[in-house]
Design a protein around this ligand. Structure first.
Ligand code: SF4
Length: 346
């Protein structure tokens, strides 16, 4: 199967590859320049910049000797200006450390400023025929669909699996051509939206197509931003009774019981007046206790507990309960922990 996919992709590439000014040049300088320009940039947008740079700087040494201002001026409009600065720094590195000749192996190319594993694999395979499989967004998409990978592709294990499959697929006799075929296939056929499955030469092998998963593969696990929340629980005590309220839906601890809660945007200690205003009560704080943070999957909860006495309205969502029966209510772990260290009748 791997051999068949490799053969079909190669044939497809020969028939469908776009004519691009750096393609087939075999010149590491030009391939490197195109790769840096095309990071975060579409081919149509990047091509005029590539032509402007190669017209102005015929050699890496000319690029190295240019002023940063001139390079930034030529780069103007492409965005991500750190790429232009890195390009200049790498040109100087090549001039000073490699005698102006582009380094010829993956291991030396990856030492250049602004060059990561993907770019080093692309240059070393395309310019120097080194058998290094590239894995960019296009390759990830093609491989995860072909092999029906139903796990998040930003997971480290899955990334390793994709690299292994890319290494197995690679044509060791023509790695540069094959890497370009994979990327071109992802850019033109196996696109993120509406891939051309109807005309795809690999469709009979494609597990995502077979299992109707093309629209969902590949996917990434969203890294949710952690959120800090500050909870103030009002622990009322009067004649052996306290108030509880039940938590609502669509939030943490759904349906569990808690002491009447005031939530604030930042961490500070409430005083009696603030509590009275918020809860329409007439209480006095006897003791305020801060507990450690409670870590949930995407939230850090900070709890403060206020022991109060006085008058509190028995509003509809509060429940006046006997302190002796507290253990019969489902309480969040944060409150349980608090009661273990600060029991009512201590
Ligand atoms: S059948 Fe569709 S999803 Fe599968 S490799 Fe071809 S274009 Fe991509």
């Amino acid at each position: 199967m791997i051999n068949k996919i490799r053969g079909l992709l190669t044939q497809w590439y020969e028939l469908n590859k776009r004519t691009l000014p750096w393609r087939d040049s075999g010149d590491a300088y030009r391939i490197w320049l195109s790769e840096i320009i095309l990071q975060q940039t579409r081919v149509e947008q990047g091509t005029p910049y590539y032509l402007a740079f190669t017209n102005r700087f015929k050699t890496i040494t000319e690029l190295a000797d240019a002023s940063e201002d001139e390079i930034l001026k030529l780069w103007q409009g492409l965005g991500y200006y750190s790429r232009a600065r890195n390009l200049h720094a790498a040109a100087k590195q090549i001039k000073n450390e490699f005698g102006g000749k582009f380094p010829t192996s993956y291991e030396s190319i990856i030492q250049l400023k602004g060059v990561g594993p993907y770019t080093a694999a692309a240059i070393s395979s395309i310019a120097f025929n080194e058998a290094k499989a590239v894995v960019d967004g296009n390759v990830i998409r093609v491989i995860s669909r072909l092999f029906g990978i139903e796990e998040a592709v930003n997971n480290a294990q899955v990334q390793k699996q994709i690299q292994t499959l890319a290494d197995e697929l690679l044509d060791h006799a023509k790695p540069g051509m094959f890497n370009q075929a994979m990327m071109e296939f992802g850019a033109l056929y196996c696109t993120p939206k509406n891939p051309n499955c109807a005309e795809c030469v690999l469709s009979t092998f494609c597990i995502a197509k077979k299992n109707n998963l093309v629209a969902v593969v590949p996917f990434k696990e969203k890294k949710l931003k952690r959120r800090s929340r500050f909870f103030h629980f009002i622990v009322f005590e009067n004649e052996g009774k306290t108030f509880l309220q039940q938590r609502g839906e669509k939030d943490v601890w759904q349906g569990l019981f808690q002491f009447p809660l005031i939530e604030t945007e930042s961490d500070f200690e409430l005083d009696s007046d603030m509590i009275n205003q918020n809860l329409n009560a007439e209480i006095q704080v006897n003791k305020a206790v801060k507990v450690k943070k409670h870590v949930l999957s995407h939230q850090d909860l900070w709890g403060r507990f206020y022991h109060v006495s006085g008058e509190m309205q028995n509003v509809s969502n509060y429940k006046l309960v006997s302190i002796n029966e507290l253990h019969t209510f489902a309480l969040p772990r944060l409150i349980d922990r608090y009661l273990e260290t600060e029991p009512f009748n201590a």
